[in-house]
Write a protein that binds this ligand. Structure first.
Ligand code: SAM
Length: 290
């Protein structure tokens, strides 16, 4: 099978199968070979790589991935697209289509079943926008044996993933992603390359998965609670927001002393702390309570 993936052809395939696209499933299909190529190249795939694709749609990205990787397993939630994909790829033996919800599929089991014989594993996807954050969270928290993820997402979310401390886009999602991965921007993608055109701008980001988290933390659960509390009220000082959102059971003076003993000025705002400072803060809070 060889498709051109221009808008007219995408519409032709959809018409042939009588499919009307669902906004609720984030169905904006890519119709530009240059963009597809950029995404695939960013993943640094080889003939020994395995790829999990989330939301193959009618297979534009799937086809390009399968040209370079050893195997592609594509998880698609919309049952109407499964026969389309099976038809299009009936002669391509390194593509496996799975009907399921990427938020629910047991990915460890999927990897066990399909990727025993690959040397590197990647997630590559033009993500449905409505589940971007939960999916990224699930993929990272699951500690899957991934080398990298290359994702097309809303530009606003991409900006948050790669944001530095002290900037408006820096938030708990930035810290979460940067803890597990090294994110970088790959490309901005204009809306006219999609059918239908989305209302938001898109970007491709690459998350290079770290072998070990970016910083060593004494207790991961507490670390992320500290981070969420610190960003809870962005306009307040670290002292106020931590006291209100995490440590209301101790006096404000005690909270102030804890923050100071981590080497941080309690008057700073949470959004100015880097990962090392969050780790230091977690350590003093943990130690004081245990
Ligand atoms: N990969 C195709 C492309 O680039 O043209 C389609 C991308 S489209 C933005 C997102 C796709 O994800 C749609 O096919 C949609 O049906 C599918 N999808 C939405 N939610 C999903 C979920 N929870 N699990 C798996 N697939 C999902």
């Amino acid at each position: 099978m060889k498709q051109k993936w221009i808008p007219a052809q995408t519409r032709e395939i959809l018409n042939k199968y009588g499919i009307t696209l669902k906004k609720s499933l984030g169905q904006n299909f890519l119709t530009d070979l240059h963009v597809l190529d950029k995404i695939v190249r960013a993943a640094n795939l080889t003939e020994t790589s395995g790829v999990i694709e989330i939301g193959p749609g009618i297979g534009a990205l799937t086809e390009q991935l399968a040209k370079v990787a050893k195997k592609v397993v594509a998880i698609e939630i919309d049952h109407r697209l499964i026969p389309v994909l099976n038809d299009l790829f009936k002669e391509t033996d390194n593509i496996e289509v799975i009907h399921g919800d990427a938020l629910k599929v047991d990915l460890h089991q999927l990897i066990q079943e399909h990727f025993q014989d690959v040397q590197s594993l990647h997630v590559v996807a033009n993500l449905p926008y409505y589940v971007t954050s939960p999916l990224i969270t699930r993929l990272l928290e699951g500690r899957l044996p991934l080398k990298n993820m290359v994702l097309m997402i809303q530009k606003e979310v991409a900006d948050r993933l790669i944001a530095h401390p002290g900037t408006k886009d820096y938030g708990s999602l930035s810290v979460f992603v940067q803890y597990f991965a090294e994110p970088s921007g790959v490309a901005r993608v204009p809306s006219h390359v999609f059918v239908p055109r989305p209302k938001v701008d898109s970007s491709v980001v690459k998350l290079h998965i770290r072998e070990k988290p970016n910083v060593q933390v004494i207790n991961e659960d507490l670390f992320f609670r500290v981070v969420r509390a610190a960003f809870g009220q962005r306009r307040k000082t670290l002292l106020n927001t931590l006291h209100t959102r995490l440590l209301s059971n101790v006096s404000k003076t005690e909270v102030e002393n804890l923050i100071t003993s981590a080497g941080i000025d309690p008057k700073r705002r949470g959004e100015t702390l880097d990962l090392k400072e969050f780790a230091a803060l977690t350590e003093v809070i943990y130690t004081s309570a245990n």
